[in-house]
Structures are given as C-alpha cells and as structure tokens.
Design a protein around this ligand. Sequence first.
Ligand SMILES: [Zn+2]
Length: 197
Amino acid sequence: MASGFVNIRRDMDDQFYRYRMPILLTKIEGKGNGIKTVLPNMSDVARALSRPPSYTAKFFGYELGAQASVDEKNKRYIVNGAHDANRLRELLYDFIDKFVLCKSCKNPETELIMVKVGRSADIIRDCKACGERKGVDMSHKLSNFILKNPPIKARKGKKATNGDAAASVGGDDGDATTLPSQTAKRAVNAVAKVTTR
Ligand SMILES: [Zn+2]
C-alpha cells in the first residue's frame, strides 16, 4: 500500500478509529555518498499529529544516526542515506509513542509545553482528552531540539523571557523582551481608536 491513511496508534486496527494520518511516503534521490531519503509528505503527516514536521524529520535522523535536513520554507525534509520506507514508518510510530500519545489515555490530542526547571526545562505532554500531564524522555536528542525550537502554539499566552525556551521557531528572538510593552501600546491604541469613533 503506497498511499492512503493509517491509524495514528499502531496498536489500534479499528478502521473507524478517528485519529488517522497519511501513510509516510519516501523517495530515494541521488547516488553514492550523496544518496538521500526525501520525505515528500512529511508536513501532511506531521500536521495530522499536530507536531512541526521538523520534529519528525530530526527524530528519524537521531534514531538512524544520519543527518536530517529541514527546509521549512520549501517543505523539504530529507534524511541522508537510503532508508527503507517501512523502517521509517516504524520509527514514526516510535515518535508518536514518545512525543505524541498521552501516556495515560493514549489519546493523540496532546500539546507539548515547556516547563522551566531551574536553568533547564522539561517538555510535558498536555492531554486535551483526560488532562494528564506527563513528561517526555529528556535524554532523547530530540528533546534538546524541541527546547531550542519550541512549538509556536505552546508559546501563546506565555510570559516572554530571555531564555531559549521563549525563542520562536522562525527566529526573531530579539523581540521577546520588548513584546509585552508593544502589546500594551497596541492595546492602548486600540482603546483610543474605539473611543474616538
Ligand atoms: Zn490523556
């Protein structure tokens, strides 16, 4: 089967299970030392998991001991070397177990949130279904990548700090400290506009 959808949980074979994702596709490009595995639908698969595609691509790289390159702008996700599609699909399920599914109820509707612990931070899976909050394996290399590239959604409503955890995925770190005053100014302007009309 080269196209279609599969259940997000590998232990769930119910065809009416509501959480599904596109089957991960792979394409081998190049030759010799330049051979690489392109992941053409990585963004679609990652969207179904509510995770940035860079997380899954980097996860493959770490697990396979290969360089993974992420080009968000052109949606190009590549792992160096020739890798078997089924192996990558198995690794995707490992990613889902470790970084998506709620540890308690196995629901995939979780959000990764950063919780500061001293000078470091923990990554917590916040379950929308049962409310359970369980940490991820902080010793996994991907956890470090996530801390440096936090999901945008998790930052909303969070107080801006100087730390890495507050840096946005796309850069623009410099604005983090000035943000509260800017929003305050904007709010004042908005009120002014409303009252003058
Ligand atoms: Zn849960």
